[in-house]
Design a protein. Structure first.
Length: 640
């Protein structure tokens, strides 16, 4: 659990608290922590850890009397499946109290599925979660629509006439039409013919799992108790008591004591519940009140107004199996002072701003006192949870071994919960500057350079999403966050360091439909900007799709590309990829891996058939993964 309390008075309180680090006081009274860890056999399929009560082998976590209820199967060592009656559904994610599955028998080209195609409505172990949000199509009775959705155009696989469906949205938590225990066929009574399901911004159906109420109470760990499930009739799950963390199950994580010992957050047997703990706490309570008053007076005089860096906070790496994020664990990068960053960016001068990020964040170019060129990303955090997530992603990104991911040099934290992430920056600028012919860069990028930039970007994103566990998504992909070195090879930076997909609102795509923003959709816009040679047209997705349908994309293409001289089939390939990213990238039906594979093939073929040779694109994907990419020729290099 994070112990960030940047507000000044509370910070003073924490400093005093740490002076008495021999006292153990539970954190769980402030915030519950539900820990989801691998089952006792540490089973894994692809990038997914199999957590209790789910298992591949019965001996690895089955619940007595019902060993097959939570059994999963792993095909090709990459895909998890759960059997629901006669249907076998692919497992997309395993959560505490829930499991996210894909639609059975999916067909790539279909955006919506028949409302009767998902026949499961629940049983004594599983129920359809209220967290699902449905997209409904072709409904005759619009009263079922709770969020208005506009018409959306979907290109079919045969490239025939476009299919146009009128859609609407219905969150299952509304419960005015759909009730617990109903199946998705309930919406057929409103004349709805198709549906899609979303949970936390991603495609899939979330199922809640639980145990029958008459189950043996021995299933809960010591200091755990039963709580009622929401959508499973007469179903219960285990939960931990106050002062503990975990999942509450005897054969799962259990209930671990959470406390502060020697100024550090520890769990389980490391917590000593001494006989005189209560007495110590009472004595300290009086001291804390006095100390808090003294700290408040000091704060009024602004004693501690200086910027705070991560290095001043103590923490414990905790138990890695519990996935507890600590400050010490994230302390690998260098720690910068706010004054260093302010000096490097000339007070965060607008003239040095590279890009406006999501949620009010920014990225500025700067030069450190040692002459190093850096990009300083400012991230706005609303609470401690955001701050903890930022630290976690800084740590993960710092250890990513990929030549096309900009190196993270360090970080800094200001007093108002504002993290700064410092990336290595290239003096050759950003892709946005080159596309807009900004600054002193008079010449634009040629066709082959742009192809390679697109392929490198797509393959790097695919690597981060498929080869890193947990997957890394960018969340803010744009040309200003792609840096070019002297050889025009890319470095991706400016990552969204918080999971903006969760709890985000639906967005409108280029066709007016509703979707959750994804890297694939953003890459579609980026690809159009690369071809158009400009990032200033806010209506580019709409304009490009219209031109693609009328086969007149060359009207908005950068004239310096000599686009019309490219083979027609090559132009159509690029146009199709961009259109598919915009149309299918927002609903999760097109993966970054698919895009990368196609772009690398196109780039490879284009370079082989031209006098211009491009640089090799390293294939950094594992041989056993789904990413069996078509590598670029290893001996290629730029020829002037």
């Amino acid at each position: 659990m994070s112990r960030f309390h940047p507000p000044l008075l509370l910070l003073t309180f924490i400093v005093i608290f740490r002076a008495f680090n021999q006292v153990t006081i539970s954190y769980s009274l402030q915030q519950e922590q539900v820990l989801v860890s691998p089952n006792k056999c540490n089973e894994k399929c692809g990038h997914l850890q199999v957590s209790f009560p789910f298992h591949l082998n019965t001996s690895c976590g089955s619940i007595s009397h019902h060993p097959d209820t939570f059994r999963l199967s792993c095909s090709n060592s990459t895909k998890l499946h759960l059997d629901l009656g006669s249907q076998s559904c692919r497992v997309l994610n395993i959560l505490y109290g829930g499991i996210v599955v894909d639609f059975p028998g999916i067909y790539f080209c279909r955006r919506y599925f028949d409302v009767n195609s998902f026949g499961f409505s629940g049983n004594e172990f599983y129920g359809i979660s209220l967290d699902n949000v449905l997209g409904l199509s072709d409904c005759e009775d619009s009263s079922v629509c709770k969020v208005g959705c506009e018409k959306i155009t979907v290109l079919d696989c045969e490239r025939s006439n476009d299919a146009i469906s009128s859609t609407c949205c219905y969150p299952l938590s509304d419960r005015s039409v759909w009730r617990i225990g109903d199946g998705f066929s309930r919406f057929s009574s409103f004349g709805c013919r198709g549906f899609s399901s979303w949970v936390q911004g991603k495609r899939g159906v979330k199922l809640e799992w639980a145990l029958p109420r008459n189950f043996s109470k021995n299933v809960c760990a010591e200091n755990g108790f039963f709580v009622n499930a929401t959508t499973v009739k007469d179903g219960v799950r285990c939960k931990f008591q106050d002062g503990f963390i975990g999942d509450g199950f005897r054969d799962g994580v259990g209930c671990l004591k959470s406390c502060i010992k020697d100024g550090r957050e520890v769990y389980g047997s490391n917590c000593s519940t001494e006989r005189h703990e209560k007495k110590k706490t009472i004595i300290l309570a009086g001291f804390f009140i006095s100390a808090f008053i003294v700290g408040s007076i000091a704060a009024l005089y602004g004693i501690s107004r200086r910027p705070i860096t991560l290095g001043k906070w103590d923490s414990d790496p905790g138990n890695d199996d519990m996935n507890v994020i600590s400050f010490l664990k994230a302390s690998k990068p260098r720690f910068f002072t706010y004054e260093e960053l302010e000096l490097a960016t000339k007070g965060f001068d607008d003239g040095l701003k590279l890009v406006d990020g999501i949620n009010g964040g920014t990225v500025h170019a700067g030069v450190l006192s040692d002459g190093s060129h850096v990009a300083v990303q400012k991230v706005h955090c609303k609470n401690e949870q955001d701050l903890t997530q930022v630290l976690s992603r800084i740590e993960i990104l710092s250890s990513v071994p990929h030549k096309h991911v900009a190196s993270i040099l360090g970080c800094c934290f200001d007093t108002d919960r504002t993290p700064f992430v410092i990336y290595q920056f290239s003096t050759n600028g950003t892709l946005e500057e080159h596309l807009n012919h900004g600054g002193d860069r008079k010449s634009g990028l040629d066709w082959y350079q742009r192809l390679i930039i697109a392929a490198e970007t797509a393959s790097t994103l695919a690597y981060l999403q498929q080869e890193i566990s947990p997957p890394i998504y960018h969340y803010d992909l744009k040309s200003g966050n792609i840096y070019l070195d002297q050889d025009y090879s890319i470095k991706i930076a400016g990552f969204g360091l918080m999971n903006f997909m969760e709890g985000s609102s639906l967005c409108h795509n280029a066709e007016g439909g509703m979707f959750y923003r994804t890297d694939v959709y953003d890459f579609g816009i980026l690809l159009l900007e690369i071809v158009a040679g400009s990032t200033k047209n806010r209506d580019l997705p709409n304009a490009a799709l219209s031109k693609i349908r009328s086969r007149k994309l060359e009207e908005i293409v950068d004239q310096s590309l000599y686009y019309h001289e490219q083979p027609q089939f090559r132009r159509e390939q690029m146009e199709t990829i961009a259109a598919r990213c915009l149309l299918f990238g927002g609903d999760g039906r097109l993966s970054m891996m698919d895009v990368a594979k196609e772009l690398i093939q196109i780039t490879n073929d284009s370079l082989d058939g031209s006098a211009r040779r491009g640089p090799a694109i390293d294939e950094t994907f594992s041989n056993s993964s789904l990413l069996q990419m078509i590598s670029m020729s290893p001996d290629t290099s730029f020829a002037n």
